[in-house]
Design a protein around this ligand. Structure first.
Ligand code: ATP
Length: 224
């Protein structure tokens, strides 16, 4: 199975690229969706986070107010570490379960959409790594437009992340999403050709069909 890594800075266009993969029938494991499910009302993690951060982080529905929690941990590194410690192991194990479900289904290519792919060291599971890059001005404008934030808020969120240029250098494929959606689509078409190349022997071996072949091949030799 080929596990493609998809990452990039905040508001760079990862979800937009993710949707293009989905539209071409390639399944996505999205760390943000996984994190939301892990934090759903009533789960063990929800209780732990509530104990650590208090009821102020809840919406009237009892669900966690993610933007509010994000704001708290963004301004306080100790709280950010605490939240990471509470969430990270559950998110990684959930991601592994989601990937296993897709493996069982026999998927040959899946995309792991993880904003902190390098920081979480999940980059070692993925090949190729696709990095969605955007120039800072465009990133700022898009973040402000999407989230309705001020320029100061948007730039402090951008500045809090590891430099995009450092991460970009570690990627196998860089999509420059500073242009229009048509530009993005054009680059995506090339990326898709690359991603859909035949599986290598190692990737085949790691796929469900590869595992079944390896299992049944000795029986075939004995019977023939
Ligand atoms: P986050 O890090 O917050 O999860 P993201 O990397 O997933 O963000 P998107 O939500 O895909 O980024 O894109 C950010 C915003 O920019 C969205 O409003 C999206 O519609 C818009 N956008 C993405 N690519 C383009 C583009 N090429 N042209 C115009 N707008 C774009």
């Amino acid at each position: 199975m080929r596990i493609v890594g998809l990452t990039g800075g905040i508001g760079s266009g990862k979800s937009t690229v993710s949707n293009l993969f989905k539209a071409h029938g390639i399944p996505i494991v999205d760390a943000d969706v996984v994190a939301r499910n892990v934090l759903k009302k009533g789960t063990g993690v929800w209780r732990k986070v509530l104990a650590a951060f208090g009821e102020d982080i809840l919406l009237p529905s009892g669900e966690v107010d993610s933007p509010k929690l994000g704001q708290i941990v963004f301004t306080d590194p100790d709280k950010r570490q605490l939240l990471n410690r509470q969430l990270a192991p559950h998110i990684s194990s959930r991601i592994i379960i989601e990937m296993f479900k897709l493996w069982i289904k026999g998927c040959k290519i899946i995309v792991l959409h993880v904003p902190l792919l390098f920081e979480a060291k999940m980059c070692k599971w993925t090949k190729p790594i696709i990095f969605v890059w955007v120039n800072t001005d465009t990133q700022l404008q898009r973040l402000m437009a999407r989230d309705g934030t001020t320029a100061e808020e948007a730039s402090s969120r951008i500045n809090a992340q590891m430099s995009l240029d450092l991460k970009r250098d570690k990627a196998d494929i860089v999509i420059d999403n500073s242009g229009s959606l048509e530009d993005l689509n054009e680059q995506f078409r090339e990326v898709l050709v690359h991603v859909k190349n035949p599986l290598t022997w190692t990737e085949f071996g790691l796929s469900r069909d590869g595992a079944l072949t390896a299992f049944f091949f000795p029986f075939f030799l004995v019977l023939s």
